[in-house]
Design a protein around this ligand. Structure first.
Ligand code: SAM
Length: 308
């Protein structure tokens, strides 16, 4: 395996336990730099990893969506650093220059304003070009709003699709949703919170108001809010509380199968079966898990069914 001569200089042994893999075609350019794809916090600066900090404090070049935003991550850098702006509007031209630096042996860290680069953020052209030129590309894993939201949403996680931002125009948005309406996996959408009402209205229109969904807003920040419920209920809640329209948000929807939907008839039928077969606490726990019904309500329903 051809080792990158910069690899050991950048990563102290204790932070870099695994031997890095060569690319599938095995041809990594000798003496070239590494392109590090560095995930950064999505709100809480405490979420930056030691490894991300270490790499950002050592690489000679950092390519960032907004260099001023990312400079906050490396306030006390001793070694000089060159900052390159890399955003949607200049990616094509910036890539050529960045690849030259990599070929000359300089490591580059790519960061976006928040979260994992390339996930609804710039960087795809650079990463693709790096592969074309035999440059080692190595991710430094960390936060991403999509995965953080999914992990806390209480929706099925075994299969999910990341849909990114929906189109701005209502007709195009509804058309996009229509294509997803019958699919059975969980969907993840990035939604500026100011658009929550119109996106929930479209979901109500296309998926139906009983579809189970979740809103994860301002994750890891002071006003973090995670809420799951049928689309109808989420829409009522957001319409009644304009604070929910502030900041950044991920909307998730359950897949189009019965175990994930919030049809009001099905939870009751399920509750009847559970109340007949299981001790009340266990029955309520399972009812909550399968129907999305709030825990207190599930306990009350099970109790009521047991007494009737
Ligand atoms: N690359 C980023 C990532 O890995 O998550 C996403 C960048 S995308 C331009 C920004 C969108 O991510 C926001 O509009 C919002 O939908 C979502 N997002 C980012 N930070 C968030 C947070 N703290 N809470 C909820 N959603 C967030």
């Amino acid at each position: 395996m051809i080792r990158n001569r910069f690899m050991s200089a950048i990563i102290p042994a204790d932070l870099h336990q695994a031997e890095p893999l060569d690319h599938a075609d095995g041809q990594i350019l000798e003496n070239a730099g590494t392109l590090w794809i560095v995930a950064t916090p999505i709100g809480n600066l405490g979420d930056v990893s030691d490894r991300a900090r270490d790499i950002l404090s050592r690489v000679p070049i950092i390519a960032a969506e907004d260099t001023r935003t990312s400079q906050k991550l490396v306030p006390a850098r001793k070694a000089p650093v060159r900052w390159f702006a890399l955003h949607d509007h200049n990616e094509a031209s910036a890539v050529e220059r960045l690849i030259k630096h990599l070929e000359q042996g300089q490591d580059i860290a790519l960061v976006s304003d928040a979260g994992t680069p390339l996930i609804s953020d710039p960087g795809f052209r650079l990463v693709s070009a790096a592969h074309d030129h035999g440059i080692r590309v190595s991710p430094v894993p960390g936060p991403s709003a999509a995965i953080a939201a999914l992990s806390a949403a209480g929706l099925a996680t075994d299969r999910f699709s990341f849909e990114g931002f929906l189109p701005a125009k209502r007709s195009a948005r509804q058309q996009r949703l229509q294509a997803l309406a019958d699919r059975t996996e969980t969907h993840i959408f990035y939604v500026p919170a100011r658009d929550l009402i119109k996106v929930l209205e479209d979901l109500q229109h296309v998926f139906g108001g009983q579809r189970l969904a979740a809103v994860a807003r301002e994750i890891s920040k002071q006003f973090e809010t995670i809420r799951r419920g049928p689309v109808d209920g989420l829409l009522d809640w957001v319409q009644a509380d304009s604070d929910q329209l502030r900041g950044e948000c991920v909307v998730l929807t359950a897949g189009a199968d019965n175990s994930n939907s919030m049809n009001p008839i099905q939870p009751r039928a399920l509750a009847e079966q559970l109340a007949a077969e299981l001790p009340p606490a266990r029955a309520a726990r399972i009812l909550t898990r399968l129907s999305g019904m709030p825990r207190k309500q599930a306990f009350e329903l099970i109790e009521q069914l047991r007494q009737s």
